[in-house]
Write a protein that binds this ligand. Structure first.
Ligand code: NDP
Ligand code: 1BO
Length: 302
């Protein structure tokens, strides 16, 4: 799995097509998608054009997508990947992930009331996982994995079949995920780091940590290496042997982020950044765990 991929969440319609196209032209070999991002058709156009232009072949490209929370019931899993494949214009994914350990009624994008949710008793993740294994057997995806889950859930899924090949979680210097990374290394699971720049483009809530890109430790390492803060954060993720998927639709920043492949951090830099860990989530999942939800925020990532 290529260590650096292009994220596509909140990549605006009208922009993401060119972003995917530009990234593949610039050398990216990996794109991270999801049905709920609502832009897989456009990403697919960018991929098709890049292949047509000879910038990349399908075999060189690694495409990830994710099963949305309204399709956890086993009978909804295959239609969901078929829709994603159709939108992306592909015959097979490289990786398909269960997006969140949370279930909604079929057809619900974002819940408006308690009735829009299913509990994990009503839609057990183990049953969804068995349906994911069937997708792999049917050749619709080469690999399967999960997102927003911790060691306990990974272990429970392994007990009904195979261990997820990948776990995709929020990961950056303020949330270093050491326990999960140790578990992944022990079990031969790849960890993909999402929101590696601290997701600066989103509206953050009051009391959020200041932007990671402006953190003095990061900016001073960037100055020393004649790199940018974004490149330091991306290089840090790769130096830990995690996969990293920064999102950008800006051509200059897409290239800048790719340049992180040439940035080498020293042991001293790694030790400085290690001190920034504070278990802090920019994406705290509260939108799935408010007063109308049967889920508790603190239990989402276990
Ligand atoms: P990132 O940490 O990747 O930050 C993206 C933001 O940073 C955008 O606003 C982008 O703006 C800006 N940006 C990108 N490059 C630079 C740069 N070099 N300098 C300054 N600003 C920059 O956040 P995301 O939350 O988007 O996470 C990345 C990807 O991870 C997502 O797009 C998605 O694919 C995945 N993800 C998965 C989740 C899951 O539940 N599995 C949850 C969250 C994310 P611009 O586009 O204008 O450059
Ligand atoms: C709402 C989905 C979070 C980004 O993957």
């Amino acid at each position: 799995m290529p260590a650096l991929g292009l994220g596509t969440w909140l990549a605006d319609p009208g922009k993401v097509h060119q972003a995917a196209r530009h990234a593949l032209e610039a050398g990216y070999l990996h794109i991270d998608c999801a049905a709920i991002y609502g832009n897989e058709e456009e990403v697919g156009q960018g991929i098709a054009e890049a292949i047509e232009a000879g910038d990349i072949t399908r075999d060189e490209l690694f495409v990830t997508s994710k099963l949305w929370n309204d399709s956890h019931k086993p009978e909804h899993v295959r239609p969901a990947i078929e829709k994603t494949l159709d939108d992306l214009g592909l015959e097979q994914l490289d990786l398909y992930l269960i997006h969140w350990p949370i279930a909604f009624r079929h057809g619900v994008e974002f819940p408006q009331s308690r009735e829009d949710y299913l509990t994990l008793e009503e839609a057990p993740l183990e049953e969804t996982w068995k349906a994911m294994m069937e997708l792999k057997e049917a050749g619709l995806t080469k690999h399967i994995g999960v997102s927003n889950m911790g060691p306990e859930r990974l272990q429970a899924l392994a007990e009904v079949g195979e261990m997820p090949a990948v776990v995709q979680v929020e990961c950056h210097p303020h949330l270093q995920q050491r326990e999960l990374l140790d578990f992944c290394n022990e079990h031969d699971i790849l960890l993909t780091a999402y929101s590696p720049l601290g997701s600066p483009g989103r509206q953050h809530k009051a009391g959020d940590e200041p932007p990671l890109l402006d953190h003095p430790t990061i900016t001073s390492i960037a100055d020393e290496l004649d790199a940018t803060s974004a490149q330091v954060l991306i290089a840090w993720a790769m130096a830990r042997d995690t996969v990293v998927i920064p999102k950008s639709t800006n051509p200059g920043r897409i290239e800048e982020n790719f340049g992180a492949l040439d940035v080498e951090l020293t042991d001293e830099h790694m030790a400085e950044i290690a001190k920034l860990d504070k278990g802090y989530r920019y994406l705290d999942g509260e939108f799935f765990a408010d007063e109308k939800s049967p889920y508790e925020a603190s239990k989402i990532w276990v």
